[in-house]
Design a protein. Structure first.
Lengths: 312, 241
């Protein structure tokens, strides 16, 4: 028998390896293009769930964190043409700072009021970006990809990077879930006052959750400028991110790291298929219908559904 | 005589223009069974919230084992050994009974002692309190008294030096009240100091060695249960003139 962490590491490496193999296959470029979006949602849903699922603080401000990662990258591309790993790290760190900030909001705002505040945050940030000419303002900005990716085309390369980021995000989420941190977050999700009285440092754990969640959301956004090559506020701050970040974990199941992955893969793929076959406007419609169905019929998501079926 | 464990000195708490506690002082001795009574709205729960750290005091000091804890965060007070149970049970609903105990064992008890036998400890507490058969149920599946017991079991898992029991018996039948009382007596024999807040006079008078009475945010009497029963000020507070 292998130790659990070693096994988890192997699984992670296998996924990255599989990603590289897929990248090496050089199938239709669209597959990588669409695959990138699905994987990006794996990162986003997983990151969102660390705060929303584990700690129970529903963040409607996903676009703010995602776009902050993207615009940090734009700024660095404009100013220094920094390499992609630097963009990703910087995007993550800036969004982590924003996460730390909203962590302090939880001192006064709980439940729906916290959610409203995060939604407002997204709007405020978008307004600021619209008025910042250096990163393109409201007109947006064309970003030129660096010439000569390490391998394949640039889209295949970005696809592989996103595979790696997904594995990192999921590993982090899984580690948190199974550690004392995850147990403490679950306690404060159930009852914050009781958790604090049972010795759980609720504020510190919440700050940790908002910061890590923010970091990963920023990480997801940082490669975005090179992916779309044209960044403008409406696409970077798209409401789709807020809705999907919430819907995917809800559909998969919020109490485990697997939930957001299942939700992101299913919903993300369905959206990509609908975009090609029906219309690009079908995206949100699908999310809406599926989300309502799940909230009514399977409030604990697919994981809860599986658990219930097994129980009988 | 044993030393002072908890000392509340001139504690004041205001909510806007309303003074919920006005310069309340009291001290609880180590190992004591201490009763805190008073009519509805007299400030009992506010006082407990200030002592446990859920509310910040506006004036006065709180000392525990001689240390000033007035501004300490609630979870730190729990780790020092001040543990409370809630008037309305607040279980961790997504966890089983056993997992509910795991949180204080991990976060409060082991912050003080590095021992890591959480499972054995949880089992022992559940046995003491009579919930061992329910260890794998979720709180929603428990009866009212079992919920109260879980509340106490969870408090015990934090390994308190001082246990503050906030109306642990409200709404229970008289047999169930005796059940909880016996449990609290047993905990006290193990050396845990207990502050009981209760409306059920029969229980609090039987349990307490010393009683303090609050009325409208002020301390109006202190004494043995027998003295309190005869105190005219207490009678006036409860029944009017």
């Amino acid at each position: 028998m292998m130790a659990r962490p070693a096994r988890a590491l192997l699984v992670g490496l296998a996924v990255v390896g599989a990603g590289i193999v897929v990248a090496a296959l050089r199938v239709n470029q669209y597959v990588y293009f669409a695959g990138y979006v699905v994987l990006q949602y794996v990162v986003i849903a997983t990151a969102w769930n660390i705060l929303g699922g584990y700690a129970g603080y529903v963040n409607f401000g996903t676009p703010a964190f995602f776009a902050l990662g993207a615009y940090t990258a734009v700024f660095l591309i404009q100013s220094t043409r920094a390499p992609l790993p630097v963009l990703i790290l910087a995007g993550g760190l800036v969004s982590a700072l924003l996460g730390l900030g909203i962590g302090y909001l939880t001192l006064r705002l709980r439940g729906v009021f916290f959610s409203i505040a995060t939604l407002a945050l997204s709007i405020v940030l978008q307004t600021m970006i619209i008025n910042w000419e250096y990163v393109g303002g409201s007109r947006g900005l064309s970003v030129i990809r660096p010439s000569g990716p390490p391998f394949g085309s640039y889209v295949t390369f970005l696809f592989t990077v996103m595979v790696l980021l997904s594995v990192v995000a999921v590993t982090v989420a899984r580690f948190i879930e199974r550690s004392w941190i995850g147990r403490g977050l679950a306690a404060l999700r159930d009852n914050e006052e009781a958790a604090e009285c049972m010795g759980v440092p609720t504020l510190r754990l919440k700050l940790f959750a908002t910061t890590v969640s923010g970091f990963l959301l920023g990480v997801a956004g940082a490669p975005f400028p090179y992916y779309v090559t044209f960044v403008e506020p409406n696409s970077a701050f798209n409401l789709d991110y807020a809705v999907n970040a919430l819907a995917m974990p809800m559909i998969g199941g919020t109490t485990s790291w697997v939930g957001p992955v299942i939700g992101a893969v299913l919903l993300g793929t369905a959206q990509q298929l609908a975009t090609v076959t029906i219309s690009s406007e079908m995206n949100l419609f699908i999310v809406g219908v599926v989300l309502v169905a799940f909230v009514v019929l399977a409030p604990e998501g697919i994981l809860g559904l599986v658990r219930r079926l097994r129980g009988r | 005589m044993a030393g002072t464990l908890l000392e509340v000195d001139g504690l004041t708490k205001r909510f806007g223009g309303f003074t919920a506690l006005h310069r309340v002082s009291l001290s609880v001795r180590a190992g004591e069974r201490f009763g805190l009574i008073g009519p509805n709205g007299s400030g009992k729960t506010t006082l407990i919230n200030c002592v446990s750290g859920a509310l910040a005091a506006d004036g006065g000091r709180i000392l525990f084992e001689g240390r000033d804890i007035t501004t300490l965060a609630a979870h730190r007070r729990t780790r020092l050994g001040i543990v409370r149970s809630f008037q309305i049970p607040k279980p961790f609903t997504s966890m089983t009974v056993r997992e509910n105990l795991g949180i204080p064992l991990e976060y409060a008890a082991h912050a003080r002692s590095p021992a890591g036998h959480a499972d054995a400890e949880a089992a022992e507490i559940l046995r003491t309190i009579g919930l061992e058969a329910k260890a794998h149920l979720r709180p929603a599946e428990l009866t009212q008294i079992e919920m109260r017991k879980l509340e106490l079991a969870r408090a015990m898992a934090a390994r308190p030096t001082l246990l503050i029991s906030d109306e642990a018996m409200a709404g229970l039948s008289s047999v169930e009240v005796d059940d909880i009382l016996a449990l609290l007596f047993r905990l006290n024999e193990q050396g845990i100091t207990i502050v009981m807040i209760e409306h059920i006079m029969r229980a609090v008078m039987r349990f307490s060695e010393r009683v303090v009475v609050l009325d409208a945010g002020e301390r109006i009497a202190e004494g043995t249960p027998a003295e309190i029963v005869r105190n005219p000020a207490v009678e006036k507070a409860y029944l009017g003139e």
